[in-house]
Structures are given as structure tokens and as C-alpha cells.
Design a binder for this molecule. Structure first.
Ligand code: GDP
Length: 197
């Protein structure tokens, strides 16, 4: 997919204020610092579309970007950081939850996980939540350039084994690097294909 346009539309914490257009929507979420903003910028070929994090947990909004006037890319708040107070974390969880449960245009959620790390409880629980609520999702392994290919393969294999403890099959997944653009076309082609159907 060639990106002709990528425009910020709206940020909010209320699913009822999200754009009313019926365009298909793809959401990106993951633990803070997973490389979400970098990936969004790499996918859209924009250096600063999503703000790369100075402070983890700073952006706690649902951010809509319109891509090629054809689909929405939705940048959701990172989860699982310590600096946000408990009450704030609760609000953020409830509006995120509303988003997943109510947003009809949502076609697929990409859960980002750092390819360097062991499977994390918070990510697995989050995928569980999506699965239980019938929200289609894929997994994007990030920062692949930080590992040699054998360690990368080992980590991905380990992750898949972990997933098979819960899931009958491995969800759609992509191995990416925002530094080298690895996996960029794979993610964009997936979106193109899903949009056709
Ligand atoms: P976010 O909090 O999930 O939005 O994460 P950011 O995109 O701000 O990235 C967090 C840190 O990881 C930054 O220092 C990025 O430069 C770095 N980073 C993100 N993606 C990659 C990647 O693919 N490769 C490498 N080497 N570093 C990355």
C-alpha cells in the first residue's frame, strides 16, 4: 500500500466522540515504550504523526488518523506503566474498554509486543480480553533489528508456544522494525487485503 495521505483527525477519551465515518479502523496498542509511535510513523511514512514518547504513559487518548481517505489508524494509549496514578489508570482502562466493546468500525487491533522480551502477563491477559469479547486482533513483534536472527527466531517460537497454551492457533502476526522498515509492507498489505473484503 502506498500512503498518499495521513492526517490527524481527533483525540479524545470518549468513544461516542470518535469519527462518525464508516471507514474501516485499525487500532494499535501495547505496553508503554513498546515502539508503537515509531511503528505508526514508519507505517505512515511520517516522522512525527504519532509522538514518540518522552514520558511513558503521557498520551492517554484515543487518537484517530485518516489514511489515504480510506481507513483510520487509531493510536491507543500504552498500558502497563507505573507512573500513572491508580485512579487515572482506571479511567483510561474504562474508556479503552468502551472503545473495544462499542466501536463498530474497528476491524482489527494490533497488539504490539517487544520481540526482545519474554511473553508478559499483561499482554497475554489483554489478548484474552480481546478474544473473549470477539475483537479480532493480530500481534506485531517490534524492534526486531535489536536482535540477531537466531535470538529473534527463538523468542518468536517461545512466544508462539505460550500462545498455543491458550489459543487453538497462532493469531496473525508480523515481525517488524521501525529502524529498518522490516515488516512494514506486510502490515500494510494485510490492511489492504482486509479492506477489500
Ligand atoms: P511507544 O511508547 O510505544 O510509543 O514507543 P516509542 O515509539 O516512543 O519507542 C520507544 C523507544 O524505543 C524509543 O527510544 C525508540 O527510538 C525505540 N524504538 C522504537 N521502535 C524501535 C525499533 O524498531 N528499533 C529500535 N532499535 N528502536 C526502536
Amino acid at each position: 500500500m502506498k500512503i498518499h495521505s495521513a492526517n490527524f483527525i481527533i483525540s479524545n477519551t470518549d468513544v461516542s466522540k470518535c469519527p462518525k465515518d464508516q471507514l474501516p479502523e485499525y487500532a494499535f496498542i501495547g505496553r508503554s515504550n513498546v515502539g508503537k509511535s515509531s511503528l505508526i510513523n514508519a507505517l505512515t511514512d511520517h516522522k512525527k504523526l504519532a509522538k514518540t514518547s518522552g514520558k511513558p504513559g503521557k498520551t492517554q487518548l484515543i487518537n484517530h488518523f485518516k489514511i489515504n481517505d480510506e481507513w483510520f489508524l487509531v493510536d491507543l494509549p500504552g498500558y502497563g506503566y507505573a507512573q500513572v496514578s491508580k485512579s487515572k489508570r482506571k479511567t483510561f482502562q474504562s474508556f479503552i474498554k468502551d472503545y473495544f466493546l462499542q466501536r463498530e468500525q474497528l476491524v482489527c487491533t494490533f497488539v504490539l509486543v517487544d520481540s526482545r522480551h519474554e511473553p508478559q502477563k499483561i499482554d497475554l491477559e489483554f489478548m484474552q480480553f480481546l478474544g473473549e469479547n470477539g475483537v479480532p486482533f493480530g500481534i506485531i513483534f517490534t524492534k526486531a533489528d535489536k536482535l540477531g536472527s537466531s535470538t529473534l527466531n527463538k523468542n518468536i517460537t517461545k512466544y508462539k508456544k505460550q500462545l498455543l497454551k491458550t489459543w487453538e492457533s497462532i493469531p496473525t502476526h508480523f515481525i517488524t522494525s521501525s529502524e529498518t522498515a522490516m515488516g512494514r509492507e506486510d502490515v500494510l498489505n494485510f490492511i489492504t487485503e482486509v479492506n477489500k473484503n
